[in-house]
Design a protein around this ligand. Structure first.
Ligand SMILES: [Zn+2]
Length: 273
């Protein structure tokens, strides 16, 4: 789906657009987000041919458009997916992923995309999406919503359940960031998940030798809108490598939150069913 089509959908469903801009101001259509990040990274030597993709998003098939976009822009992409987009691959997973990265002039490059997801319905309902021919709405992210419900009910199983290990990790990591009695909604929890994922990615990648590895990190929140439109709320975007300095080098690709929605509207009747 093009950025124009996504923008037209936002124009056609004002309640959706209102909720999107209220909770995630500056969110962009997925195609625009991917185009801008790739363009920015090209200036620093990251090209499809010399860079591998890595992706940590929720297992939910609703996130597929982001996975497919990563493959389209970055080619072969290492699957680091787990419930809610939490990073559970560990040292072994990272060793395996980095061993697959291409080598060019002694440098190995990859782009790591890690983010949770959330749905916003055509009526502006957060967490819900309606699918063709299905009366009952679908939920996203189900793993996070389960925790919102558990918190509201005051029933939380804190044991490590080896039969439900990914959800156990999501629950334990979230609870370790909340204070007793905190009341959180799905938007709060998704924002918190994004922070936890970012911290875990930083810790995981900090063991890499930056004289050899140059990598980019894309953090945000994937948003599913009406008519399967896909959006990304950018949270952080930076590159790491010896040539870029000692600290992560932030790229201001999204400064100003310009969505160009008004400039790129197509007529609503051009929207594919
Ligand atoms: Zn999910």
């Amino acid at each position: 789906m093009t950025a124009n089509t996504a923008s037209a959908i936002a124009a056609q469903f004002p309640e959706f657009d209102k909720a999107l801009q209220h909770y995630f101001p500056g969110a962009l259509p997925l195609s625009k987000y991917m185009g801008r990040t790739a363009k920015a990274l090209a200036k620093y030597g990251f090209e499809d041919e010399n860079t591998m993709g890595m992706i940590a998003i929720c297992r939910d098939e609703q996130t597929d458009p982001l996975y497919e976009a990563m493959v389209r822009y970055w080619g072969k992409t290492f699957n680091c997916c787990s419930l809610a987009g939490f990073v559970t691959m560990g040292k072994t997973g990272l060793a395996s992923a980095t061993a697959h990265t291409p080598i060019e002039d002694g440098l190995r490059r990859f782009v790591f995309c890690a983010m949770p997801h959330i749905a916003i319905s055509r009526n502006g309902e957060v967490g819900l999406m309606y699918r063709d021919g299905v009366e009952a709405p679908s939920h996203a992210c189900g793993a996070l919503e389960t925790i919102v419900e558990e918190l509201a009910a005051g029933h939380l199983n804190l044991e490590t359940d080896m039969q439900d290990i990914e959800q156990t990790i999501v629950r334990q990591k979230i609870l370790s960031q909340l204070r007793y009695g905190d009341r959180v909604n799905l938007v709060d929890l998704t924002q918190l998940a994004s922070k936890i994922i970012a911290t875990d990615v930083r810790n995981l990648l900090s063991r890499l030798d930056t004289t050899i590895f140059h990598y980019a990190v894309m953090h945000g929140i994937q948003i599913h809108g009406p008519f399967e439109s896909q959006w990304v709320y950018p949270v952080d975007f930076f590159i790491v490598g010896e040539q870029f300095g000692e600290q992560p080098y932030r790229l201001d690709t999204f400064a100003g939150g310009d969505r160009d929605a008004a400039a790129s509207l197509s007529k609503p009747d051009e929207i594919a069913g």
